[in-house]
Design a protein around this ligand. Structure first.
Ligand SMILES: [Ca+2]
Ligand SMILES: [Ca+2]
Length: 176
């Protein structure tokens, strides 16, 4: 009788051990997305000696070279329309930042080489996070841990108090 009771409790406890309950749904990890701003792309491309970092003189020379390439009439200044050409060629899009309004310090509707170099000198300081000479590729990367769009790769978060059916809701919205 005692032996039988012992055997029963053992089997019960074994049964209890094999029950593994998974959580309702795995929480997908939000990937860290690595991005490069258009202007950071420009700075990276200015690494003339290929050592992987863009020094301040490299950046200065590179900005001058790009300026001259657009300032074909050698006017020494770019009107906003010409600046848009510069941005399109070197930043990838005419509307990419920095905008001409940011760069045009004296607001005369023209961008001089000095204004452009000044602006890039400011950017150099901004990108140079470790304070060491030169901008490394790592310093030019932008990390985003938030989902890319509203629902992102992780999907929308479950709303408070919302009861989810076992499968994914067909519409996902407006169901109570
Ligand atoms: Ca370099
Ligand atoms: Ca100006």
């Amino acid at each position: 009788m005692i032996l039988l009771a012992l055997a029963l409790s053992l089997s019960l406890s074994q049964e209890g051990e094999v029950v593994v309950r998974a959580r309702n749904k795995g929480q997908p990890q939000v990937p860290a997305t690595m991005l490069v701003e258009p202007v950071a792309m420009f700075v990276a491309a200015c690494d003339a000696d290929g050592d992987g970092t863009t020094s301040s003189p490299e950046l200065d020379a590179c900005v001058a070279k790009s300026f001259v390439a657009i300032d074909t009439g050698n006017a020494g200044k770019l009107r906003y329309l010409a600046y848009a050409d510069w941005a399109k060629r070197y930043l990838g899009d005419a509307n990419a930042l920095p905008s001409p309004f940011e760069v045009d310090r004296d607001n005369d509707d023209q961008i001089t080489l000095e204004e452009l170099q000044r602006h890039f000198a400011k950017l150099y300081t901004r990108f140079n996070k470790d304070g060491q000479p030169g901008i490394s590729r790592a310093e030019l990367l932008t990390f985003r841990t938030a989902p890319i769009d509203k629902n992102g790769p992780a999907g929308p978060p479950p709303r408070k108090g919302e009861k989810r059916p076992d499968g994914p809701p067909p519409g996902g919205r407006g169901r109570r």
